[in-house]
Design a protein around this ligand. Structure first.
Ligand SMILES: Cc1cc2nc3c(=O)[nH]c(=O)nc-3n(C[C@H](O)[C@H](O)[C@H](O)COP(=O)(O)OP(=O)(O)OC[C@H]3O[C@@H](n4cnc5c(N)ncnc54)[C@H](O)[C@@H]3O)c2cc1C
Length: 441
C-alpha cells in the first residue's frame, strides 16, 4: 500500500451517473476504511482539528476505526457534532481539515470526510444512532427555520428534555439540505434520518408557517432565528423575467424534487462559478433531452470559488465551461432565444484580492432554451427590528444572542451564505447558551 496515496473508493463513471440523480460515490467498505485510517499520522499537535470549524477530534476517531471500534469513534464524533453524516458528505474538506492534514504535504491528505461518513452511515444503517431525551424540562423554545442551523439547535435541545417547536415556511423540513443539495451529492436518507430523530424526540413542527412577527412567539422562553439566506442575486438585464430564466433556488427546487423542467429543453446556460452553479449545471446535465450545458463565469477558472472536486466532477460529466465570459444581453420575445456574452480579460486586483474582470469588445452568442442564474444568495431585508450589519445580517455576540434579550440567531442569516458546518455550529452554540441561561448546564 502506498501511504502517500488515498485508498480509492468505488464510484459510478461520469457517463453512467448523469443518467439519474442517484448518489455515485459509494464510500469506503469495512476493509478500505481501515486501510485509509492507517494513513493518519496521529500528529501530536493535530492541525486538522484546528482547521475543523467544530474542532472534531479527528485523530481520536480515526484511531477507534483502526481498532475496529466504530461505536467508540461515533461517540467521539458526537462530542462536537450533531449532523455527522451530512457534514462528512458536504463539508468543503479541502479547505478545512483535509487542507491542513500533514499527510497532504508530501502526498495526498487523509480522506477524513470519507472516514467520518463511514462511521456515521454505519451507525445509521445498523440503527445504532438512536437518540434519547433526558427528563422533560420546564422550558419551551421556538426555532424559526429548519435548515442545518435549526435542525442542530432543535435536535440538541430536544435531547436535553427541552420542548422545541419548529416553524418552517415551506411544506418540508431541511432548508438547503432538502431543496438545494442534489441527491447525487448527499444521500437523502441521511437527512430524513434527522427528521426521524426529531419526531422520536417529540419536536413539534409547524410546516407552511412563515413567521412574520416575533410577537406570535411571545409565549416561548426563547426564540432561535435560523432563516438562512435565500434571495438570489440578479444580473439586472432586460428580459430577465422571461419564464425560461430561472433563479438558482427555483431551478434547483424544481429539478431536485421532480428531476425535470417544464419545457422541452436542449441547451441550458448556467451563470456563476460557485458550488451552487456547479449543482445547477450538474442537475441540468441530468435532465432528459438536454444536450448542452454551458457554464459561463466572468472571472478565470483559477478564481472560481467552487470546490476543486465539484469543478472536476462537473467537467468530467460534460459541462462546457466558458471562463472570462459574462452575459450582456438576454434576447427573446416571450420565449428565451439567445444570450449574448461579453468576453472578459483580467485587470488589476479588486477589493477581494482577485484580478478584476474587464470587458473586451469581443462577444459570443449562445442559443439557449433556459438560463439559470447562480450568482450567490443574500438575506431578506426585514429582520424583526433586530440590529443588523450593513449587509443586513443579524448581529449576534459569541453566544449567538441578538440585540433582543429573548432572540438568538445563527446560520446563514448571521454569516451570509456560508457552509452547513458553520450553520450547525451556530445551532449548537445557541442551544448551549439557552441551557446555561436557564442553569441547566
Ligand atoms: C445549492 C446549494 C448547495 C450548497 N452546497 C453546500 C455544500 O456542499 N457544503 C456546504 O457546507 N454548504 C453548502 N451550501 C451552503 C449551506 O447549505 C448553507 O450555508 C446552509 O444550509 C445554511 O443553513 P441555515 O440553517 O442557516 O439556512 P437554510 O438551510 O437556508 O435554512 C433556512 C430555513 O428557514 C426557513 N425560513 C426562512 N424564513 C422563514 C420564516 N420567516 N419563517 C419560517 N421559516 C423560514 C427556510 O424556508 C429554510 O428552510 C450550499 C448552498 C446551496 C444553496
Amino acid at each position: 500500500m502506498d501511504l502517500l496515496k488515498r485508498v480509492l473508493m468505488e464510484e459510478r463513471k461520469p457517463r453512467e451517473r448523469i443518467q439519474d440523480f442517484a448518489p455515485f460515490k459509494f464510500g469506503y467498505d469495512d476493509i478500505k476504511v481501515k486501510e485509509e485510517a492507517t494513513r493518519c499520522l496521529h500528529c501530536l499537535n493535530p492541525r486538522c482539528v484546528k482547521a475543523c470549524p467544530v474542532h472534531n477530534r479527528i485523530p481520536d476517531f480515526i484511531l477507534k476505526v483502526k481498532e475496529d471500534d466504530i461505536k467508540g469513534a461515533y461517540q467521539i464524533l458526537m462530542d462536537q457534532t450533531i449532523l455527522p453524516e451530512i457534514c462528512a458528505t458536504v463539508c468543503p474538506h479541502e479547505s478545512q481539515c483535509e487542507g491542513a492534514c500533514v499527510r497532504g504535504i508530501k502526498g495526498e491528505s487523509v480522506n477524513i470526510g470519507a472516514i467520518e461518513r463511514y462511521i456515521a452511515k454505519y451507525m445509521r444503517l445498523n440503527a445504532l444512532d438512536k437518540v434519547q431525551s433526558q427528563k422533560k424540562k420546564d422550558l419551551r423554545v421556538a426555532c424559526v427555520g429548519s435548515g442545518p442551523a435549526g435542525l442542530a439547535f432543535a435536535l440538541s435541545l430536544a435531547q436535553k428534555g427541552v420542548q422545541v417547536e419548529i416553524f418552517e415556511k415551506e411544506s418540508y423540513l431541511g432548508g438547503v439540505l432538502t431543496w438545494g443539495i442534489p441527491s447525487y451529492r448527499l444521500e437523502k436518507e441521511a437527512v430524513l434520518n434527522i427528521f426521524k430523530k426529531l419526531e422520536e424526540l417529540k419536536v413539534i413542527t409547524h410546516l407552511q408557517h412563515e413567521v412574520t412577527d416575533l410577537n406570535e412567539l411571545k409565549d416561548f422562553d426563547a426564540i432561535f432565528l435560523a432563516t438562512g439566506a435565500e434571495i438570489g442575486n440578479r444580473l439586472w438585464l432586460d428580459n430577465e423575467d422571461l419564464p425560461q430564466v430561472y433563479e438558482a433556488r427555483k431551478f434547483l427546487e424544481k429539478t431536485n424534487f421532480e428531476h425535470r423542467l417544464d419545457n422541452a429543453i436542449k441547451n441550458i446556460m448556467v451563470v456563476g462559478g460557485g458550488n451552487v452553479a456547479m449543482d445547477c449545471a450538474r442537475n441540468a446535465l441530468r435532465l432528459k433531452g438536454v444536450e448542452n450545458v454551458y457554464l459561463v463565469y466572468r472571472r478565470s477558472r483559477e478564481e472560481m470559488p467552487a470546490a476543486k472536486e465539484e469543478l472536476k466532477e462537473a467537467l468530467e460529466e460534460g459541462v462546457k465551461f466558458y471562463p472570462l465570459t459574462n452575459p450582456a444581453k438576454i434576447l427573446g420575445n416571450q420565449k428565451l432565444e439567445k444570450v449574448v456574452c461579453t468576453k472578459m480579460k483580467l485587470g488589476d486586483k479588486d477589493e477581494s484580492g482577485r484580478r478584476r474582470p474587464v470587458a473586451t469588445d469581443e462577444t459570443i452568442e449562445f442559443a439557449v432554451d433556459a438560463l439559470v442564474l447562480a450568482l450567490g444568495f443574500k438575506v431578506k431585508d426585514h429582520h424583526f427590528d433586530l440590529k443588523t450589519s450593513d449587509k443586513n445580517l443579524i448581529l449576534v455576540n459569541e453566544d449567538m444572542e441578538s440585540s433582543s434579550a429573548k432572540v438568538l440567531a445563527g446560520g446563514d442569516v448571521v454569516n451570509g451564505a456560508l457552509t452547513v458546518v458553520s450553520a450547525m455550529r451556530d445551532g449548537l452554540k445557541a442551544a448551549k447558551t439557552i441551557l446555561k441561561r436557564y442553569q441547566y448546564e
